[in-house]
Design a protein around this ligand. Structure first.
Ligand code: UGA
Length: 469
């Protein structure tokens, strides 16, 4: 099928490249000329595992990026809208969806064959039917259901795993105004085997996407709330608690041969310094506001966001607990990306944490394997040292704070072991063995009584730390 994808961001680019790899003829429309040049040269503008290989496989044959939306739509049978839908502080900003719908409508004006327009961007229920469809109808002069179809096909792509998620989907949600639209959409996914397909109307497709992300975000905030409670209880560790919870056979079923299934969703039942990224915070907020606009309180989702907003600051509480004088502290923050595998720092807990540390007078050095350049764009106004390696970052630190669970940070215990004065390690992702370092604090780890092994003595530190006394 000939497909135009509007938007060369992470959703559009991955979808376009992967659909091309399955044999479709794909034109990716992107208004940023430098991105178009990059894509056409096989260079991905985003850090996404495997994307350049997929791009290279089809460029020059059935995949191309262009700035010309009009021509791309006219040449295609189906147009996917994959533009940004940011949260503007009050509600979801549908400006880019509107612009794309108008431009698609205008492009379709002189097209005399049936065309399907599919919304791939995450949009609140009703957007496809009540905004996109009327705009296309108005600007094309054509009739929905007769001359064009309108569908909604949410994406379930994790940053960092987007290519493999697209190539091996867990489900394909196909919303459409009618059977013809849905059949046309199903055709583009025919090469994806017999993945479960959910055929619904557009509003339901839109709601499935939000409900999916809201569930995952809720699991994380739930885990964090339990973790914060565990922190306040002596000799309780949230890692043990949640491991015990996850052994409920309804969460990790036992097969007839006695083997446990460990569903991946359980990895969201983990306490840490908070979720981030371009999706969870934006989507949960948009859904809350959507409910409020319908006079429906959304107390669960309100609490999910509230817990998450406070979570990076739990790291500061652990500093206070150890009576660290921030004005004299040399702090190393490890990890800037909101999660490993990406250079995305949007809503990363590292950002408010670093800002608060610097505001409090701490000297902060930070390191991330791939996200430093992105972080500099948002932290450019404050005094932070960006180290080129983890080794350099932790060299002078008397406190090391782990914010992102990059696998290389597992080397911290070995790297600091030879040092005369052992730094305090604050583990925001509970990825290290607490006994592998001399001075350890972690999210969700209650105070350890001497009997249970804590041998912390603040005077072991370099003297740059002060006592409350
Ligand atoms: C998320 C969803 O997982 C995707 O299904 C969805 O398509 C996407 O949003 C979207 O709406 O576009 P993503 O934001 O890339 O994908 O990130 P996740 O890997 O789900 O991570 C989100 C947050 O959950 C992060 O803060 C991460 O630290 C946390 N997380 C992630 C966990 O707590 N456990 C995990 O196993 C993975």
């Amino acid at each position: 099928m000939r497909i135009a994808v509007i938007g060369g961001g992470y959703v559009g680019l991955v979808s376009g490249a992967c659909l091309a790899s399955k044999g479709h003829e794909v034109l990716i429309v992107e208004q940023d000329e430098s991105k178009v040049a990059q894509i056409n040269n096989g260079v991905s503008p985003i850090h996404e595992d495997g994307l350049e290989d997929v791009l290279m496989a089809s460029l020059g044959s059935n995949l191309q990026a262009t700035t010309h939306l009009d021509a791309a739509v006219r040449l295609s049978d189906l147009t996917m809208i994959a533009v940004g839908t940011p949260f503007n502080g009050n509600e979801i900003d549908l400006g880019q969806i509107e612009d794309a719908s108008i431009a698609i409508g205008e492009a379709l004006r002189d097209v005399n064959r049936y065309h399907v327009v599919v919304v791939k961007s995450t949009v609140v229920p009703g957007t496809t039917d009540d905004l996109v469809m009327p705009l296309i109808e108005k600007h094309s002069g054509k009739r929905p259901g007769l001359e064009f179809g309108v569908g909604m096909n949410p994406e379930f792509l994790r940053e960092g795993n987007a290519v493999s998620d697209f190539m091996s989907p867990d489900r394909i949600v196909i919303g459409g105004i009618d059977e013809r639209t849905r059949a046309c959409m199903a055709e583009i996914y025919a090469p994806f085997g017999n993945t479960d397909k959910v055929f619904v109307n557009n509003r339901t497709a839109e709601m499935i996407k939000y409900a999916s992300n809201a569930l995952l975000a809720t699991l994380i905030s739930f885990s964090n709330e339990i973790g914060n409670l565990c922190s306040a209880v002596d000799d309780v560790d949230v890692v043990d608690v949640l491991n015990g919870v996850k052994l409920d056979k309804r969460l990790s079923p036992i097969l007839s041969d006695g083997q446990r299934v460990q569903p991946e969703i359980n990895s969201y039942l983990a306490a840490g310094c908070g979720f981030g990224g371009s999706c969870f915070p934006k989507d949960v907020n948009a859904l809350r506001v959507y409910g409020q606009q319908r006079n429906l309180d959304m107390p669960v989702l309100d609490a999910v966001m509230q817990t998450n907003a406070n979570q990076p600051l739990q790291m500061l509480d652990l500093l206070k607990k150890r009576q660290i004088n921030l004005k004299r502290a040399q702090i190393c923050v490890l990890g800037l990306a909101f999660k490993p595998g990406t250079d995305d720092v949007r809503e990363s807990p590292a950002i408010p944490l670093i800002r608060t540390l610097v505001d409090s007078g701490a000297k902060v050095t930070t390191y991330d394997p791939v996200a430093t350049d992105e972080a500099k764009k948002v932290l450019g106004d404050i005094d932070v040292t960006y180290a080129a390696s983890m080794h350099e970052a932790i060299d002078q630190a008397n406190v090391i704070m782990v914010v992102t669970s990059w696998s290389e940070f597992a080397e911290i215990p070995a790297l600091i072991a030879p040092r005369a004065y052992q730094p305090l390690v604050i583990d925001g992702r509970r990825m290290l063995d607490q006994h592998a370092v001399m001075h350890y604090e972690g999210i969700g780890l209650g105070a350890q009584t001497p009997e249970s092994g804590s041998d912390y003595d603040e005077h072991d530190h370099t003297g740059r730390m002060t006592s409350a006394a």
